[in-house]
Design a protein. Sequence first.
Lengths: 95, 474
Amino acid sequence: MKTKQRLTRRQMMQLMTVLGLTGPAALELNAQARKTISPEIVKTAMTLIGQDFDDERIKIITTALQRRLDEMQLLRDLEIDDMIGPATVFMAKGW
Amino acid sequence: MATNELVFKSARELGSLIKSKQVSPVEVVQACLDRVDDLNPKLNTFITIAKDEALQRARQAEKEIRGGKYLGVMHGIPYAPKDIFATKGIRTTNGSKLTADWIPEYESTVTDRLNKAGAILIGKLNLSEFATGSSVLSGFGPVRNPWHTDYSPAGSSSGSGAALAANLVPLSMGTDTGGSIRGPAAANGIVGLKPTYGRVSRYGVTTLSWTLDHAGPMTRTVADNAIMLQVMAGADPKDSSCKPEPVPDYSKALTGNIRGLRIGVPSFYFEGVQPEVEKTVRAAIQTLADMGAIVKEVELPHAMYSGTVQLTVAIAEAAAFHEKRLREKAHLLDPVAREYWETANFIPATDYIKAMRARTLIMQEMADAFTKCDVMAVPANASLPNKIEPPETAKSTIKPGSKSEPIRRGSTALGNVTGLPAIVIPCGFSTTQPMFPITIQFYGKPFDEFTLFRVSHAYESATDWHKRRPPLQT
C-alpha cells in the first residue's frame, strides 16, 4: 500500500511559486499552516539547552516562541546560494 | 519662569553667538538646565542631571574663550547622551535597576571626543532598558512625547528624541540596533542619523548586539547633525569594528544643491503605511524632484527578510551578552527585555547563521540597488506614535488581540542588517489630533553620510517643518 506523503513547507513554497503565488501574500498563507508549540515542548528543549525555568516563565516563553515561529520559518524557507557565507565579524588581525 | 530664547537655537547658531562672545557658555548651559528643571518632571527625559559639573565646565569654557582659546563650533555647547554611553565619574544606568548605581571609571570614545571639542555634558537621558526594554516598565519609567504627553516618544533612545523636541538640549546621541535612533527621531520630529557600521566608535557603549549596534548623533537640524558626526566619526584603536575610513568635511555637503541626485524609491516600504504618512512622504519626494533630483523606483526583493533577520541576530547576541544577568537577576529586568532574551535561548545556532547569511544576501542586493541610485527614500515610520501603554500590556511583546505577523515591515531594520547609513528628518505633520510629526528616511551607500547630509539639508532648507515647536507649557 502506498503511504500518503504530506508536502513539506519548502515544497509548499515552491509549489506556490510555480502557481504564481509569491511575495508576502504567499508567505502569510503558508504561515497559517504553522505547528503548535506547547509548554511540554519547551520543557523538553530546556534539557537540551541546560536551562531551568519555572512554570510561569515557561508559559511566557511558549507564547513568545509560538508567535516567532512564523517568522523563523520564513527565514528557514529562504533559499540561499551555496556561495553566500554569513556576514561574520571574525577578524584574524586587528583585535 | 520665562523660557530663555537661547534654548530654541541650534548648536550652530549658539556656536556663532559664543564665538563672537555675544553669549557665554554659562548662559547657554544655565538656560538648558532651567528648562530641564521646568519640564523634566512632565517628560521624564533625564535620569541624571549633572548640574554642578556642567556649570563648572561652562565657566571653564567661558574663561578659555575670553582668553582667546576657542576650540571650535562645539565649544560651550550643551549636550546630553542616552544613558548607555559610559561617562567617567558620572553614573551610567543603561536605564536599568541592575546598573542603576554604576559609576564608570572610563569614558566612551564619543563622549570623550565631544568633551575634548569643548561640548558640555549636562546630564544623561532615559532609555528603554539596555536599549531593548518596554520603556514603560524599564528601570526609570516611561519618557513622554513632547507633542502630546499621553503618547510614546518611541524607543529605545526615547529620552534623546524627547529632550531635543522639547528644546531641553541642542545635541544628543543615541544607539540604534533596529531603529532606536530613527524611531525616536520620527516620533518626536527631530533629526536622527544612524551612521555606517564602523563609522563611529562604540567603545564605552553598553552592548546590545555586537554586529547590529550603532552610535549616532541626534539633533534638531541637519547642520547640527553634520557638526556632531564630524567630531564623533573616525577610527578608534579601542574599537576594532570602527573603520579607518577618511572622514570628509561634512559642512561641504550643506549646499542646498541636489540637481541630478538619483533617489531610489523601494515600493516594499510603502506597503502597509498609514495613508497620511505615505501621502506626506511622497509629497516630500516630489519636492526633491522639483529641486532637481531624479526619482526612480527600485526593487529590493529580499528587504522583507530584514526585520526577521535583525530580530533573530539581535536577541541571540543580546542573550549571549546578558547571560549572567539573565541567570542571576532576571527578575530585576524589564519584562520585555527578559522575554526577548529568554526566548532567544531556544533559537538554534543554525537559525542565527542562516540570518547572517541572509544579511550577506541583502547587502549584495543593496549594493546592486545603489548602482541605480545615490540615496533611497522611505517613510521612517509606518504610523504615527501610539499612546503610552498601561503596564498590563507593556509587560509583553505579545499584545492582546494581536495576531502573528510573519513579515516585519518596519523600514529601519534594513540599516542595521546591512550596516548602511540612514538619516531621518521631519517632512510634515499629521492633520488629525493630536498632531504629530511625519518623517522621511534616506538610506545611503556605505560611509556616504555626506550625501545623506546633502539631500536632507537641501530638503530642510526648502521647508520649515523642523522649526515647529511642541505645545509645551512651562
